[in-house]
Design a protein around this ligand. Structure first.
Ligand SMILES: [Ca+2]
Length: 268
């Protein structure tokens, strides 16, 4: 009886410890932002979303995985009818060579810059034609990419953000992202909008609002409610993809192989 109680208590304590550790790894101290979903649309589930951005009336997106990575564009306005939405072709599509796992995507001066995960290679394409132009090399991993209009800004899965020269992709400076005293790792897709850096966290439902001068986490957006609006089949279908839509003054967000995209307006 006593032994059973001791074992039960031990199991309970272990369980509570595990729960506490899981909670502390996902809980962030920064203020939580309110938001409203003002629109939604389909997203092709074939897309293992890595980078997402809006330019004019189109989305530009990179899709990852070896032997199937893609760079695509498609209209923000969907064709009418459910069948047409799902089967509608991309406006432009470029297959990324099989040896590369495509990651983040940025658009600067009519060039599309595509990061690769472990291949230390930045691929550069012409925006108008999607023709391959050149490759640039870098050290470390490639996860997310965006631009402030001058630098290309990269994440690598750590808490470090790298600012690169577009012409040769050399590193200009780095930042460490911290929420209070805690470094936030697993930073993934990025979006620079209105002087602020926004970041997905891999396998986490929060998007962080980051000061691009200091790396300080200014606030967070908890999008866990979006998962109930999409049918997901596996644990790698995580929230990823942030694109500022200047016409709606809101962010399009989606996830890897998600069937939908959501236009999220931040309300405070
Ligand atoms: Ca983005």
């Amino acid at each position: 009886m006593i032994l059973t109680t001791l074992i039960s208590r031990s199991l309970l304590c272990t369980s509570l410890l595990v729960i506490t550790n899981i909670w502390s790894s996902f809980a962030h101290a920064a203020e939580e932002l309110g938001y409203e979903i003002i629109a939604e649309r389909t997203h092709k589930p074939v897309l293992f979303t890595q980078g997402l951005l809006v330019d004019g009336d189109h989305f530009y997106e990179t899709s990852g995985l070896y032997n199937q990575s893609l760079l695509v564009s498609y209209p923000i306005a969907e064709p009418a009818g459910t069948w047409a939405k799902i089967s509608a072709p991309f406006t432009k599509k470029q297959s990324i060579p099989n040896q590369y796992f495509a990651e983040g995507l940025a658009l600067l001066d009519n060039k599309l810059y595509v990061l690769t995960w472990m291949e230390k290679t930045l691929l550069v394409y012409d925006k108008a034609t999607f023709n391959y132009e050149k490759s640039l090399n870098y050290s470390g991993e490639g996860w997310g990419l965006t631009t402030d209009g001058e630098s290309l800004i990269r994440s690598d899965g750590s808490a470090t953000i790298y600012f690169h020269q577009p012409k040769d992709f050399s590193v200009i400076k780095t930042l460490t992202v911290k929420d209070g005293d805690k470094e936030i790792t697993q930073l993934n897709e990025l979006e620079y909008a209105n002087g602020v850096l926004w970041a997905n966290i891999w396998h986490d439902d929060h998007i962080l609002k980051i000061d691009p001068q200091t790396g300080k986490v200014l606030a967070q957006l908890n999008l866990s409610a979006l998962k109930s609006k999409v049918k997901l089949d596996n644990s790698e279908q995580v929230l990823n993809g942030i694109a500022w839509d200047p016409n709606h003054k809101a962010f399009w967000v989606t996830g890897k192989q998600w069937p939908k995209m959501f236009l999220v307006k931040i309300s405070n």
